[in-house]
Write a protein that binds this ligand. Sequence first.
Ligand SMILES: Nc1nc2c(ncn2[C@@H]2O[C@H](COP(=O)(O)OP(=O)(O)OP(=O)(O)O)[C@@H](O)[C@H]2O)c(=O)[nH]1
Ligand SMILES: [Mg+2]
Length: 366
Amino acid sequence: MEISIIGLPGSGKTTVFNALTKCTAETKLHSSGGLTTNPAIAKVPDERVTKLSSIFHPKKTTPAEIKYVDIGGLGKGFGKEQGISGQFLNILSTADAILQVVRAFEDENIPHVEGKIDPLRDIETMDMELIFSDLIIVEKRLGRLESSLKGGKGAERDLAFKEQDLLNRVKSALEKNIPIRLQKLTPDELRSLSNYQFLTAKPMLVVINIGEKQLNGYSATLEELKQKYTQPQVELISMCGKLEMELAQLTDQEAEEFRKDIGLKETAFDAVIKHSYALLGLISFFTVGEDEVRAWTIRKDTPAVKAAGKIHTDIEKGFIRAEVIHYDDFIKSGNMAEARKRGLLRLEGKTYIVQDGDISHFLFNV
Ligand SMILES: Nc1nc2c(ncn2[C@@H]2O[C@H](COP(=O)(O)OP(=O)(O)OP(=O)(O)O)[C@@H](O)[C@H]2O)c(=O)[nH]1
Ligand SMILES: [Mg+2]
């Protein structure tokens, strides 16, 4: 699972990336030179993992993870409707979701490419870039279909015709500046489009990068923005990138005290990562024991046998059954022995759909 970070030059991409991954990549204005990509892992904050760890006292505690990729060196021309191509497009195409950083912070020393600070304008500019890129992909594919229609016959030809019709509809909507997320397509059509990795079809988290002075007073503006910009699979959230980046370098305890001191109610860092996780349709199940308490990441609607395979392919191959208790039931019982006594541990088979917060123990033979 990978989330690519995009945004206009100097919007604070690297700053936000550092905040999320606790990295210390250099932030500077208009980094020049070629395209750079910097991947790093963020740990998904989950109070349930912390709680389970305090109960089992394991040797090791492993939270779920999510990978962010910071993209730099887009150059000043980016955002001028040139579309995204080449290596940059390749990177973005393989991403499972996009995190778009939008500048809202005011700082005279850091000029905005467009002069005035205007988050909505910047979001729309980025939409245009993404739409433009998708158009290029559609046109290329339509061109190739054209030639295969000439040679093909029978069922193959019918399929090509169907695809051509779909792509033509997508194209004319894109030409009206409608991202694929907002186009009226059936689930089947969306599925057949998924191979193309269209950028305007990907889930997107828009992080409005606010300044320190906007910390306690941006919520009304954010609400306004949300109303003006609503799309399925898109969420808007605000974060003070610079502050969060500084907090990321402190210990959890120090950071918490600092947040309390300046009266920050909610942790933007937690919120952004949790939103990323949810937007990707991911959930966590847990394994517990003296050795390790661990959160495992799966897609929603994953059957038990596949979830077991996340841990080890042998467990998937030799799957017998899963012993499952939901985190909430476990906490109510206090410990496993009590939970067992209360009959809260369930035995589930291969096809059981694992739920977020399930604590699972897999029985298998090799
Ligand atoms: N005052 C203030 N400055 C910020 C904030 N976020 C980023 N900056 C500054 O803006 C400049 C650019 O930040 P970066 O994180 O490097 O931006 P970027 O989008 O990665 O830039 P490129 O990779 O060059 O496109 C740096 O000087 C940051 O310190 C913020 O919340 N407040
Ligand atoms: Mg950067």
